[in-house]
Ligand binder design. Structure first.
Ligand SMILES: *Cc1c(COP(=O)(O)O)cnc(C)c1O
Length: 426
């Protein structure tokens, strides 16, 4: 049985049309399987060269001259590549700030310009920071608003109808993650957007867990607003600037609550009165984070070259293979699957559950014997997320990981690890 799956993994790897991309990412000598590309993508080899250039040459040698020589157009160049990946127009994407801050700007902008509305709708599968941003805006600026939270029955997915039925004439905004961070549930962007718009609500999608691995068609879905990270499947580096999307016809209406010089029409005229830019740049605030912005480009180039449809196809094949192995080897030892089983209903990570998930994840990351190291991530109370990044995760990685997890449980190896959480970042 095991042999059959190993052979299958090897066959799938040898016929993989994306296999050459694995070498475009840096790996150290460590024998490591990395299943956390949905949290922090791997480092593209090209980024190392580019960073050396940006730090030593552009910053070190050219100093402030680099603004005109290299940096001033960098945000727009990066935005145009992200636009390609998420199916938007170049002038609908702004790159900068963090996902949380971009969410703040957009939600504030919507509430400020909505009339006779008093509700924001989201669900309990959405990311905590997204909830916090909503709570802070309501508490501090819009106390007449109420946040309605739709509840998933199984903590995995939620029906489109359940969401749509909660939208009424008081709903200003519906905001959801496109792929849920814990379960990987993938929402039907087109259907939900259309239904919400018909009921007069604006829809904001958080693309953090889908950008770079799921084909996103903002234009085709007539999406209103979106935000997303660049450090997950886009491989932009830790804390790399996020992006924000506003459909062209909404840009004039929405206001940015934070008025800074990079949102001004002519920042370098140094006028003392703010006049917002007449473009997506209105959503800029301060000086772009040039070094981490520069680090995004190589990852985007790889995705554009590999093709998002090819990436999605491999992601589906790999998550299907992963689920088959989980069913075969892990369900009998008290694991359960907390992601959708149908591939069109999920993104590219699979969440599994076990009462001892925390200690099992510790044994995966830091084996005490000579076992292979695997980095997944743990999400409380008892989820292990296995992130599949098709550009560098192989079928063999998936096979080896499942066999190793089984070993950790069957030998009781996880019992060598303390129950208490000691690391700040899991
Ligand atoms: C990762 C993630 C974020 C992170 O936001 P930051 O501001 O970059 O910390 C936000 N939303 C979702 C859905 C995420 O998955």
């Amino acid at each position: 049985m095991i042999q059959k799956y190993l052979e299958q993994a090897n066959e799938l790897d040898s016929s993989d049309v994306l296999k050459k991309y694995r070498d475009k990412f840096f790996t150290s000598g460590e024998n490591l399987i990395y299943l956390d590309g949905n949290s922090l993508g791997r480092l593209p080899v090209e980024t190392i060269r580019l960073m050396e250039q940006a730090v030593k040459h552009q910053w070190g040698e050219r100093l402030i001259r680099s603004w005109n020589e290299n940096w001033i157009n960098l945000p727009e160049r990066t935005a145009s590549k992200i636009a390609q990946i998420v199916g938007a127009r170049d002038d609908e994407i702004f790159v900068g700030d963090s996902t949380s801050i971009n969410l703040y700007k957009l939600v504030f902008g919507v509430l400020k310009t909505s009339q006779n509305k008093s509700q924001i709708l989201t669900d309990n599968l959405n990311f905590p920071s997204d909830h916090y941003i909503l709570q802070g805006i309501v508490e501090n600026h819009f106390p007449n608003y109420e946040i309605i939270i739709a509840k998933s029955n199984d903590n995995i997915s939620i029906e489109t109808n359940q969401l749509v039925e909660l939208i009424n004439e008081k709903t200003a905004l519906l905001t959801l993650s496109h792929a849920a961070y814990k379960s990987s549930f993938l929402y039907d962007m087109k259907k939900i957007t259309k239904a919400a718009q018909e009921k007069g609500a604006i829809v904001l999608w958080d693309l953090s867990h889908s950008a770079g691995v799921v084909p996103i068609k903002l234009k085709e879905c007539n999406a209103d607003l979106a935000i997303g990270c660049t450090y997950k499947y886009l491989n932009g580096g830790p804390g790399a600037p996020a992006f924000l999307y506003i459909r062209k016809d909404l840009q004039e209406k929405l206001i940015n609550p934070i008025w800074g010089w990079f949102g001004d029409q002519r920042p370098f005229e140094f006028n003392l009165e703010y006049k917002h830019a007449d473009s997506i740049n209105k959503f800029g605030v301060g000086t772009p984070n040039i070094l981490s912005l520069a680090a995004i480009e190589p990852g985007l180039n790889i995705i554009i070259e590999a093709g998002i449809e090819n990436i999605r196809k491999k992601s589906i094949d790999e998550t299907n293979f992963l689920i088959e192995l989980i069913k075969q080897f892990l369900l009998p030892i008290d694991f359960s699957i907390s992601s959708p089983l149908k591939s069109d209903l999920r993104g590219s990570h699979i969440s599994i559950k076990h009462d001892e998930a925390f200690r099992i994840s510790k044994a995966m990351i830091a084996p005490k014997n000579n076992g292979i190291k695997i980095i997944p991530d743990f999400r409380p109370p008892n989820n292990i997320r296995l992130g599949i990044a098709p550009l560098y995760t192989s079928f063999k990685d998936i096979f080896n990981s499942i066999i190793r997890i089984r070993e950790i449980v069957e030998t009781g190896e996880y019992k060598l690890y303390p129950r208490a959480k000691e690391d700040l970042v899991t």
